[in-house]
Design a protein around this ligand. Structure first.
Ligand SMILES: Cc1ncc(C[n+]2csc(CCOP(=O)(O)OP(=O)(O)O)c2C)c(N)n1
Ligand code: SF4
Length: 274
């Protein structure tokens, strides 16, 4: 067991070296949970199935490595049963946006005080590289994805920002695994928000993503700061406006930009609490 200020278990992560999962683990256990001062017996991490969903084993709180796509449901049930618990659901883009996608709008509607962290590595990693709803279009044979070599994705990307803004999630943020301290701050704000909060973490899968994918995202990432002009892609004919995370109309405008054009990092929208 770890010490009082350490939220890590003694279990060694089995993630590949360089996996974005480490950034989230560090953000949660080294910064967000200690800063919030949540006692370990009052926090629950629920995950689904996937590489990212291994995380409860590494965090010294209550944990539930549940079923693929169902973590949001289980998290809501736990919160209803014990409102004192800080409940965080964690999973991959396949988990939340493919098999589990039907649960998200209803979690948004209920607006229970649950934080949902989507580890968006743009691929089904655990099952070895199939395309997910967030996989961008690639040319045939491009990248090391096993499935891409023969079946490049042809469907448009399901973008977390536009999805969560259009369903009116009460807290929406996007972080990036290369900046764990900023990610920790976003998670703290999400946990403090009294309502359903959704944090999309742009994350590299060093094994199955083509290397240019996360490199492009990292290079194009643009931080949102309250009261400061938003970054827009070169192709945008719009004048940058001043970021105001309380304004859903401006969040809808941000949602027009895809993550591959201009990944906005920060709090996108903060609305009604429950
Ligand atoms: C009901 C069910 N369907 C399918 C699977 C197989 N499966 C396990 S993990 C996974 C996808 C993993 O991708 P993602 O959720 O994005 O997580 P990652 O591994 O990328 O972190 C699938 C399809 C399963 N375990 N259970
Ligand atoms: S396959 Fe990808 S997501 Fe899974 S542990 Fe390795 S780098 Fe991480």
């Amino acid at each position: 067991m770890s010490g009082a200020s350490n939220y890590r278990t003694e279990v060694t992560p089995v993630w590949c070296p360089g996996c974005g999962g480490f950034a989230l683990l560090n953000a949660l256990t080294r910064t967000a949970l200690p800063n919030l001062g949540i006692p370990r017996h009052q926090a629950l991490i629920v995950s689904g199935i996937g590489c990212s969903s291994r995380i409860p084993a590494y965090i010294d709180t209550y944990g539930f490595n549940s079923l693929h796509g169902r973590s949001v449901l289980i998290a809501q049930g736990a919160k209803l049963a014990n409102p004192e618990l800080t409940v965080v659901a964690i999973g991959g883009d396949g988990d939340f946006f493919s098999i589990g996608a039907g649960h998200l709008p209803h979690a948004v509607r209920r607006n229970l005080n649950v934080t949902c962290i989507m580890v968006n590595n743009f691929v089904y990693a655990l099952t070895k590289g199939q395309t997910s709803p967030t996989t961008p279009y690639l040319q045939r044979g491009e990248g090391p994805f096993l499935s891409f070599q023969f079946y490049p994705p042809v469907d448009p990307v399901l973008d977390m920002v536009s999805y969560s803004v259009s369903t009116r999630a009460s807290f929406i943020a996007q972080g990036i695994a290369t900046d764990p301290s900023h990610l920790a701050w976003l998670i703290e704000e999400a946990i403090k928000h009294k309502g359903f909060s959704f944090v999309n973490v742009l994350t590299p899968c060093v094994t199955f993503d083509p290397p240019w994918l996360f490199k492009t995202i990292k290079e194009k990432a643009s931080y949102l700061k309250e009261g400061e002009p938003v970054g827009l892609p070169d192709s945008s004919g719009e004048q940058p406006w001043l970021h105001d995370s309380s304004n859903i109309t401006l969040a809808l405008k941000l949602a027009q930009t895809s993550v591959m054009e201009k990944p906005h990092i920060g709090i996108i929208f903060r609305g009604r609490e429950s």
